[in-house]
Design a protein around this ligand. Structure first.
Ligand SMILES: *[C@@H]1O[C@H](CO)[C@@H](O)[C@H](O)[C@H]1NC(C)=O
Ligand SMILES: [Ca+2]
Length: 236
C-alpha cells in the first residue's frame, strides 16, 4: 500500500489514474534530506481564498514573493509543493512554449532570481523497469502536478521554437547535468527556472531539491475538484 501511494504522489506516467488526494501521502525517499515527509492535503478555506495574481487558460497562479505573508520566504521543493497544495494548487508546470514564455516574462518583469516548478526526475520506486524513461537525464523528467512527461531534454521540444533547458551551468555543459552529484553525491532531481545565474538568460536547470526558492503556484484541477466535491456550495 505504502509503495503505491509513493508512486501516486510523485511519479508521472507510472500511474496516471491514481488519485493524488485519497490521503496524506508518504514521500519519504524522494527528497533525501528530510525523511518521513508527506504531501499536504488541500485546506478548503485556503482554497477558497487562494491568491489569484494572474492566470493562464483559466488556471490561477501566483508568485509566492508577491503574497505579503510569504514575501521573503523560500521553500525547498517539497515544502513549495505543499504550500501550493494547501491552496488547491501545485507548483507550476511549463508544458507548452506559450505558458513557458508567460512564466519567463513574469520572472523577468519582477526580477525574480529563480523559482521552483513541479518538474522532477522519475528516479524513485515505481520508475524502474521503464525503458521509455531511459536514459533518465534525457527521457526521465515529468511535471509532478499533472504527472505529464517532459519531452526529451537534449533537443528542441516538439511544438517549441527553442530548448528551454540551459545550454550551460556549473560544469559549462547543457542541462540537466546533475552537477551537485559530482560535488557531494546530492542528486539534482528537481526543475528550477534560473534567471541568468550562469549568464545564460532565463532557462531551465536541474537543481538539488533541498535548495530554497520562491515558487509559482498554479490551480490544480484534481485538488479543486476534490475540495468542491467534499464541500458542497463552496466558491472556489
Ligand atoms: C553539497 O555541496 C553544496 C555546494 O557546495 C552545498 O551547498 C551542500 O550543502 C552540500 N551538501 C551536502 C550533503 O554536503
Ligand atoms: Ca544542473
Amino acid at each position: 500500500m505504502k509503495v503505491t501511494l509513493v508512486i501516486a504522489a510523485v511519479c508521472v506516467a507510472v500511474s496516471l489514474a491514481e488519485p493524488a488526494v485519497s490521503q496524506g501521502v508518504r514521500t519519504t525517499t524522494t527528497t533525501g534530506t528530510k525523511p518521513g515527509r508527506f504531501l499536504s492535503l488541500p485546506n478548503a478555506d485556503k482554497c477558497a481564498k487562494r491568491p489569484k495574481e494572474f492566470s493562464y487558460r483559466g488556471r490561477n497562479m501566483f508568485l509566492s514573493s508577491h503574497v505579503p505573508a510569504l514575501k521573503d520566504k523560500k521553500f525547498d521543493w517539497l515544502d513549495g509543493r505543499n504550500l501550493c497544495r494547501e491552496y488547491c494548487m501545485d507548483l507550476v508546470g511549463l508544458e507548452t512554449q506559450e505558458k513557458n514564455n508567460l512564466i519567463f516574462r513574469v520572472i523577468q518583469q519582477n526580477d525574480v532570481p529563480y523559482i521552483w516548478t513541479s518538474g522532477r526526475i522519475c528516479d524513485f520506486n515505481g520508475c524502474e523497469n521503464r525503458p521509455d524513461l531511459e536514459p533518465k537525464n534525457i527521457f526521465g523528467w515529468f511535471w509532478s502536478a499533472t504527472r505529464e512527461k517532459i519531452q526529451a531534454t537534449n533537443r528542441i521540444p516538439i511544438g517549441w521554437g527553442y530548448n528551454p533547458w540551459s545550454q550551460t551551468g556549473h560544469k559549462k555543459r547543457p542541462q540537466p547535468d546533475n552537477a551537485e552529484y559530482d560535488i557531494n553525491q546530492t542528486k539534482e532531481q528537481c526543475l528550477s527556472v534560473l534567471n541568468n545565474v550562469y549568464n545564460d538568460g532565463i532557462a531551465w536547470h536541474d537543481v538539488a531539491c533541498y535548495h530554497e526558492k520562491p515558487v509559482i503556484c498554479e490551480d490544480n484541477d484534481e485538488l479543486l475538484r476534490y475540495v468542491a466535491a467534499t464541500n458542497p456550495g463552496i466558491r472556489l
